[in-house]
Write a protein that binds this ligand. Structure first.
Ligand code: GLC
Length: 478
């Protein structure tokens, strides 16, 4: 019995390489891969929706396992199941075209129903695949119903099953009107207390209460969400702090490696940076900026939403344009921000370029070619871009919040891998940029050393995967 593998099923609404609209998809893919690679005592599997985006590409490699019916209140819904193995991980795909053949991943009036269906389908998948996990590991509000359903509806069949709930961002909680309790979420009146918060159904609250372990994606964020960064859930998080742990995300260091990156024409390392200079030239050509090798190129790769600190960037934009720099932005989001950066590009085409798009290929080139990455977030559970930037020798300027403070050390205080400021003000951001520009312009050797520090940081998954393993081992029934 003791030698049997611990069976882990990740239930997640997006996972690379199939789909990532943000950090959660990347983390789910890289974490499961790392767990499967490093821990032969784990059997790691993933269940995720079968979206139209990748159906055609991957269906030939998938095996159809069967179909069942999922009951969700008065609905009886088709649920097909496909399987595919990749890098030691078994993936299950839940098929229902009505819910998942859509243009976007989220943002529909029936998102609550779509992911309630998916959360129930996780239990059908378990049955259909004949794989009963010891632990179901769920992520964010989209799969928050899994621990809730386990407690309220599936407990008798799965008494030994345990759940882990990871919060990638506590801002998005899955809030719905209370009258959806039965009709949409198929919960009984007596279950209401588990999910009710502030006169709403709050799925994230329900998962925090029902899961056996709760994790979030950095140690600092685990502290912040108990004090003031919990978007209203602080008290619930505090009450459940005994089962909470902050585990920093890693990145896939094999994928993000300028020495081997297939996207880069000329590869590079910290000791030979010509490839970085040539990526910068390519970037300047692509964005019609003057080809000046010594002009500091400041970039932003981000969703354009307020908690990413985009407002601070808009406040300093005119002052920034008075400095001898180039500014490059890639991202989509709030319409006002999109217009702001498009306007600045039109007015200052020699200094500013903005691509209002989500484009991993261009992002890859920017990580390599830019000199500095701005991440002045108001809150940041972990953040991945600052770590990717470091790998490519692009120096992050970050605000000390959540995972940004846990991964970036200020080089002004000795050995650091970037610049860190504390106050959430335009002045603090601008002053830090000026320090960076000063070092870049007048102390090129120190800048080179800084690049070396940044590129040598270990942001791999090894340490964090081990922490997840200890979370799993701590709750497995044997
Ligand atoms: C969310 C958070 C981000 C984190 C990512 C992966 O996107 O906003 O900070 O890195 O999830 O956990």
């Amino acid at each position: 019995m003791g030698k049997e593998k611990i069976k882990i099923l990740h239930a997640v609404s997006e996972v690379v390489p199939f789909l990532a609209t943000g950090g959660m998809g990347q983390v789910a893919g890289a974490l499961t891969k790392s767990l499967a690679e490093n821990y032969p005592n784990l059997d790691v599997r993933v269940v995720t929706p079968l979206y139209a985006y990748f159906r055609d590409k991957y269906e030939p490699q998938m095996q159809f396992l069967g179909n069942t019916e999922v009951r969700l209140a008065w609905r009886t819904l088709y649920c097909g199941l496909f399987e595919m193995k990749l890098d030691g991980v078994t993936f299950y795909f839940v098929d229902n075209r009505h819910y998942f053949d859509r243009e976007n991943t989220y943002g529909y009036f029936d998102d609550g129903e779509r992911f309630a269906f998916f959360s129930k389908a996780v239990f059908s998948a378990i049955e259909c695949a004949g794989f009963t996990p010891d632990i179901v590991h769920t992520h964010d509000w989209q799969t928050a119903l899994v621990p809730i359903y386990l407690k309220t509806q599936y407990y008798d069949e799965h008494k030994d099953m345990r759940t882990v709930f990871t919060m990638h961002n506590i801002e998005y909680q899955g809030k719905y009107a209370l009258n959806a309790l039965h009709d949409v979420f198929d919960l009984r009146l007596e279950d209401r207390g588990l999910v009710e918060y502030d006169n709403c159904i709050n799925l994230m609250k329900g998962a925090i209460v029902c899961a056996d372990r709760v994790t979030t994606v950095s140690p600092s964020y685990a502290g912040e969400i108990q004090i003031s960064g919990g978007y209203g859930l602080e008290a619930i998080v505090r009450e459940n702090a005994f089962k909470l742990r902050g585990i920093i995300n890693g990145i896939d260091t094999k994928q993000y490696d300028p020495a081997t990156d297939p996207m880069l024409k000329k590869k590079y390392t910290a000791s030979s940076l010509e490839g970085k200079a040539s990526a910068k030239r390519k970037l300047q050509t692509l964005f019609n900026l003057p080809k000046s090798p010594r002009k500091m190129m400041i970039c932003v790769i981000s969703r354009l939403v307020s908690h990413k600190g985009i407002d601070l960037i808009t406040y300093i934009m005119d002052d920034l344009l008075n400095l001898d720099v180039q500014f490059l932005l890639l991202g989509t989001g709030d319409h006002d921000y999109e217009l702001f950066f498009e306007d600045k590009t039109a007015l200052h085409p020699n200094k500013v370029a903005a691509s209002i798009a989500f484009n991993p290929d261009i992002a890859g080139l920017i990580y390599a070619g830019a000199d500095v990455l701005l991440m002045p977030s108001r809150s940041e559970p972990c953040g991945l871009s600052q770590m990717i930037a470091c790998r490519y020798g692009t120096i992050p300027i970050v605000r000390k919040t959540g995972g940004l403070g846990d991964t970036i050390r200020d080089c002004r205080g000795g050995e650091g891998n970037g610049f860190v400021f504390e106050e959430y003000t335009a002045g603090a951001l601008f002053e830090t940029i000026r320090h960076a520009l000063d070092l870049y312009t007048y102390h090129p050797d120190d800048w080179k050393n800084l690049i070396g520090e940044a590129m040598s940081c270990d942001f791999g998954w090894d340490v964090s995967a081990r922490e997840y393993l200890s979370v799993y081992e701590g709750i497995t029934i044997r």
